[in-house]
Design a protein around this ligand. Structure first.
Ligand SMILES: O=P(O)(O)OC[C@H]1O[C@](O)(CO)[C@@H](O)[C@@H]1O
Length: 547
């Protein structure tokens, strides 16, 4: 397969870019009252307004040619059908099977994975219901009141952020707490609030080999044993989710307390598996099912909608337009919903761990940009902080504004005010403010021409800043499932266009290996310091910190 920049459609886009880069969206809107209708699309419950992008109909057609030439549709079908597209780990990529509601089999190496998926969902459901109705209790027979969920990365962000996002749907009587960081401060503070007799510890680690998670679980176990729990009570209080059943059993997990997952589920795509148990415990199994249903609906849209109306595909190619032609290096997510405030951090792992790559699966180094820096924060707070740079800074930052039309709490006029800020921001970013408008504002204020000349450029907004507005009726479990799956598929589309493997994460490995080497040296001062002078000096400082 040719590299992205060698594709015919890439060359066509490059030629088109030379004139498209000079267009201003202000003019494009003025010329065409139908622009919103032409550049908006619907995917199940999600509506995408992408009219405030620096594109024409020709740009859209050329970008979709690029997606077609890169074989996005064929590779999408391959992923859903269990092709081993994660080549460096020789794995299929089948998170979509975890929410497959079609009743059809999904084959991985000729074996249908659906019976195992369904059996695990049934086990999760039974477990969640037993915890909720009190038939599964702690060692003193009392109903569980708290869950301590331990995990990191994909075994933490999804469960934590989605539990937060769906706060209004939480069941009463069971609090879910998360610990990820190996900084002892995190688990210290959480354990201090937990009652031993009624706390369930749920450890999530696909590999069962992640240092932080193992350490935090050992600490939780020690806390349990030191505060009244007995060794024989551990099985009542400690559960885990892992694809490494052997390591989990060796660690002391009771075989019945292990929820399986599979190597064809990537960590950052795993909240749909038993990794999502904290979500199900916090919200009830029906709400977890609704999250899966929403993702399934988005899967169907991604699989069947023509690219011209395919929301994840459109988001994907628009990102490529800014990254590879305009040179954008970051992309900002701005949820105008307090409960979605953690969502940018979720998409940050999803996108950056997937597409932060610089070589192809066939061994070519890339000479073009791939995944951008993903960042963001909740609106309206960001408007009073970092939006300044998006409006008037020197770098181009495409933005996704995410806005539910209904609030979870219809407080007087709050929601109209929130929406007005969201829509007003995208309008300001698009149209900007010309120097003529600025000068007209000075008229009659008694300023000299010289003073006006000095101040005016600082008040000019260039505008022409691209934004997508992503609307949904309300942030329900179903809508959230759709939203997450939409971003998963956007990331997939971009990875295919760039010709990279979006499903491995070798970039995190070196740090883990060197971290273990350093730990040995910190714990045993007889080990010779044979690294670079900086790392040696830092280790020395730590070794001597009590001297
Ligand atoms: O679930 P595990 O195996 O503990 O891994 C946790 C996380 O670590 C990573 O490998 C990154 O360090 C992520 O991809 C993964 O989600």
């Amino acid at each position: 397969m040719a590299l992205f920049t060698q594709l015919k459609s890439y060359q066509a886009l490059q030629a088109h870019f030379e004139q498209a880069k000079n267009l201003h969206m202000r003019d494009l809107f003025a010329q065409d009252p139908e622009r919103f209708n032409k550049f908006s699309a619907k995917a199940c419950g999600i509506e995408l307004d992408y009219s405030k992008n620096r594109i024409t109909e020709e740009t859209k057609a050329l970008l979709l040619d690029l997606a077609r030439e890169a074989l996005v549709e064929e590779k999408r079908d391959g992923m859903f059908a269990g092709a081993r597209i994660n080549t460096s780990e020789d794995r299929a990529v089948l998170h979509t099977a975890l929410r497959n509601k079609s009743g059809n089999p999904v084959l991985c190496d000729g074996v249908d994975v659906m019976p195992e998926v369904q059996a695990t969902l049934a086990k999760m459901k039974a477990f969640v219901n037993e915890v909720h109705n009190g038939t599964r209790t702690g060692y003193t027979g009392k109903k569980f009141t708290d869950v301590l969920a331990i995990g990191i990365g994909g075994s933490f962000l999804g469960p934590k952020i989605m539990t937060e996002a769906l706060k209004p749907y939480r069941v009463d009587g069971l609090k879910v707490h998360f610990v990820a960081n190996v900084d002892g401060a995190h688990i210290h503070d959480v354990l201090a609030t937990l009652p031993i007799e009624t706390t369930l510890v749920l450890m999530s680690s696909k590999s069962f080999g992640t240092q932080e998670t193992l350490k935090n679980t050992e600490t939780a176990k020690a806390w349990f044993l030191e505060n009244g729990g007995k060794f024989e009570d551990i099985a009542k209080h400690f559960m885990c989710v892992s694809s490494n059943i052997k390591a989990a059993t060796e660690f002391g997990m009771d075989a019945d307390n292990i929820f399986p997952m599979w190597d064809w589920v990537g960590g950052r795509y795993s909240l749909w598996s038993a990794i999502g148990l904290p979500i199900a415990l916090a919200l009830g199994f029906d709400n977890f099912e609704a999250l899966l249903d929403g993702a399934y609906e988005m899967d169907q849209h991604f699989l069947t909608a023509p690219l011209e109306e395919n929301v994840p595909a459109l988001l994907g190619v628009l990102g490529v337009w800014y990254i590879n032609f305009f040179g954008a290096q970051s992309h900002v997510l701005l949820p105008y919903d307090h409960y979605l405030r953690g969502f940018p951090a979720y998409v940050q792992q999803l996108d950056m761990e997937s597409n932060g790559k610089s070589a192809t699966p066939t061994g070519d180094y890339l000479d073009y940009a791939t995944g951008p820096v993903i960042w963001g924060g909740e609106g309206t707070n960001g408007q009073h902080a970092f939006h300044q740079l998006i409006h008037q800074g020197t770098v181009l930052i495409p933005a996704d504004f995410i806005m539910p039309l209904h609030s979870q709490h219809e407080m007087t006029n709050h929601h109209a005010m929130l929406a007005s800020n969201c829509f007003g921001q995208t309008q300001a970013l698009m149209q900007g403010k010309t120097v003529e408008q600025v000068k007209a504002e000075f008229a009659g204020k008694g300023l000299t021409d010289e003073e006006i000349e000095k101040v005016a450029p600082q008040k000019v907004f260039e505008g022409n800043k691209p934004t997508n507005t992503i609307l949904m009726e309300k942030l329900t479990p179903n809508a959230l499932g759709q939203l997450i799956a939409m971003y998963e598929h956007k990331v997939f589309v971009q990875g295919i266009i760039w010709g990279i493997n979006s499903f491995d994460q070798w970039g995190v490995e070196l740090g883990k290996v060197l971290g273990n080497d350093v730990l040995a040296k910190l714990e045993d001062s007889s080990i010779e310091l044979n690294g670079d002078s900086s790392t040696n000096a830092l280790i020395e400082k730590f070794r001597n910190r009590n001297a």
